[in-house]
Design a protein around this ligand. Structure first.
Ligand code: HEM
Length: 545
């Protein structure tokens, strides 16, 4: 792949945003200690706003204390420890986490507690309560217990990356990366690289369907999108290609795919590995061993690619030539992170970026195939805007609101992370309950995005519900925040969106996507991520220009 002349710029605006965010968070945390959540939501004007400057916090707290009693965690409803144990371990609840969210929120309300052994988890299943929690976050929110990830890194002398780091380490890495890839215009420069991968994706569709008797069917579409996402991520992160969309996949890439599959196939076990006390690992060693060996594979793959690029840069420098390149080049040249931190971040970003993007693409194509009339509408928008043969770039995406709506609606119906976590860093009052510092919260994204109150006709696939009616109309909705919200939200959001927008636009331009006769209704299952419970087989018929 030819190296490109790219400049990755820093932004004072985003730094300012972070400072403002910090101020707001510390203000609101102070207030939360003295007031209930109700007092935060409803101010004197009756609007949803921050009431600090309208009524002195102390006075407000007094009024509220008379009106509303803050309840304790003991009073919070929720399933009993025994029924939870049966649900998860006997009835395999881990693969139905999304359904359990719905059932429990209907039964216990928008906030409820569950116990997993010694661990108490408070689930937040209401849109406004989720907003309340995320809007009051501090400067370095914590997602959950990352002990097993950290332990592996300590064992091997590795650094943490953005997903596993906490506190100061996380802040430092986040502030570097957020200036490089957080805004659409930062990632627009990767358009050509992504399009080169999309071209290979389209060729691969041709090859795969020609191997079937009907000349149309691509079996297990997620396998194809997995390879597309891996190839796209490598093009952006490593400035290199892996050959995943070739007929013969190079051995090193195959080894990586195996390590990635091991990581996900042993997901449940590795979850326990984090929880199993160390002494118990001598009795049941397998989960921990598999966990370490899959990380070994993931780290070594990233290291090979980072070292390769480093060698190329050193050669250029020794020949006195100018160094040009993308994200990795920038990181290697500026050394704002040390080499171990670069390995760790490349490893964690690749891990975070492949399945998430590929499952979303699989669901999007499945939904298009099930709803030909919606597909036709989107096809008409694409051809009206771009014509039949024009290859879309990042600059075209704002002119394709239905393509963006398609991705948003897919992620609403199948949020690839059906839930997210936070460990509270201060005492909080949420939904009228006192939640002490250090409590594990589960934000129930699946149930909020399927809630009729937040999305009328929630079972209907309607990409157009995301289209703004005019410049002032905002359709943002805390009911569906598939990339999270705020300072610890997904750092790869813009990269993922670029990969999905460009791939879907070209697929819709080229093919009419249909259900294959052998494909029945595909249900979702939770396997860490929300994924199809059965292979999705689809037909790709050529569009007639
Ligand atoms: C459809 C695609 C994707 C979805 C739905 C998604 C969703 C998420 C969510 C929900 C989080 C947690 C946010 C929070 O805790 O508030 C997250 C974190 C993260 N994601 Fe993504 N993601 C996607 C693609 C990607 C890609 C392509 C990358 C890499 C370039 C990536 C890298 C990360 C990283 C590094 C974090 C941790 C951020 C931090 O802790 O500071 N994700 N993602």
């Amino acid at each position: 792949m030819a190296l490109k002349n790219k400049i990755l710029h820093l932004s004072c605006r985003s730094v300012l945003g972070e400072v403002l965010n910090k101020r707001f968070a510390s203000n609101s945390r102070a207030l939360l200690k003295s007031a209930t959540s109700e007092s935060l939501r409803i101010c004197a004007t009756g609007q949803e706003t921050f009431p600090g400057d309208l009524i002195p916090p102390g006075a407000r707290a007094e009024v509220v204390a008379k009106e509303t009693r803050i309840k304790s965690l003991k009073e919070m409803p929720g399933p009993s420890a025994v029924s939870n144990l049966i649900e998860f371990f006997y009835r395999d609840g881990f693969s139905r986490i999304h359904e359990i969210q719905m059932e429990h929120s209907q039964k216990y309300g928008k906030i409820f507690k569950s116990r997993f052994g010694p661990q108490l988890v408070v689930s937040i299943a209401g849109r406004d309560l989720v907003a309340e929690v995320l809007r009051t976050e501090g400067v370095a929110p914590q997602r959950g217990n990352m002990e097993s990830w950290k332990e592996y890194r300590d064992l091997r002398g590795r650094s943490t990356g953005l997903i596993s780091a906490e506190g100061e380490d996380w802040l430092k890495m986040r502030s570097i990366l957020r200036q490089l890839i957080m805004r659409p215009k930062d990632v627009a420069q990767f358009s050509d690289d992504v399009n080169a991968v999309v071209e290979d994706l389209v060729k691969r569709v041709d090859t795969l369907r020609s191997q079937q008797s009907d000349g149309l069917t691509v079996l297990n579409i997620n396998d194809l999108f997995f390879k597309y996402a891996m190839e796209g991520m490598a093009a952006i992160l490593y400035e290199d290609r892996l050959g995943c969309l070739e007929n013969e996949i190079p051995q090193k890439s195959q080894d990586y795919i195996a390590a990635l599959h091991l990581m996900f196939s042993s997901f449940k076990m590795t979850m326990y590995a984090g929880a199993i006390p160390k002494w118990l690992r001598t009795v049941i060693p397998r989960p921990w061993e598999e966990f370490c060996s899959s990380w070994d594979g993931l780290f070594s793959f990233s290291q090979i690619h980072v070292d390769k690029r480093l060698g190329e840069i050193q050669d250029l420098v020794s020949r006195g030539e100018t160094v040009k390149g993308g994200l990795l080049t920038h990181m290697l040249v500026t050394r704002e992170m040390n080499l171990e931190e670069i390995y760790a971040n490349m490893t964690e970003m690749l891990l975070a970026g492949v399945d998430t993007t590929s499952f979303t693409l699989s669901w999007a194509c499945y939904l298009l195939a099930r709803h030909p009339e919606v597909q036709q509408e989107i096809y008409e928008e694409v051809t009206r805007t771009l014509g039949h043969g024009t290859i879309p770039t990042a600059d075209d995406v704002p002119r394709l609101p239905l393509i963006r709506g398609l991705v948003k609606e897919t992620l609403r119906m199948f949020p690839v992370l059906p839930g997210n976590g936070r460990v509270t860093q201060d005492d909080l009052v949420v939904g009228g309950y006192f939640i002490p510092k250090g409590t594990q919260l589960a934000l129930c994204h699946y149930s909020t995005s399927m809630d009729e109150e937040n999305f009328p006709g929630a079972d209907d696939f309607r990409p157009d519900r995301w289209i703004r009616k005019d410049a002032t109309d905002r359709v943002d909705n805390f009911g569906s925040i598939p990339f999270g919200y705020g300072i610890r939200s997904c750092i790869g959001r813009r990269i993922a969106e670029l990969e999905m927008h460009l791939a879907l636009t070209q697929l819709i331009q080229r093919f009419q996507i249909g259900l294959c006769p052998i494909t029945e209704e595909i249900k979702a299952k939770t396997h860490g991520l929300l994924c199809p419970a059965a292979p999705i087989n689809l037909q790709f018929a050529d569009r007639q220009p």
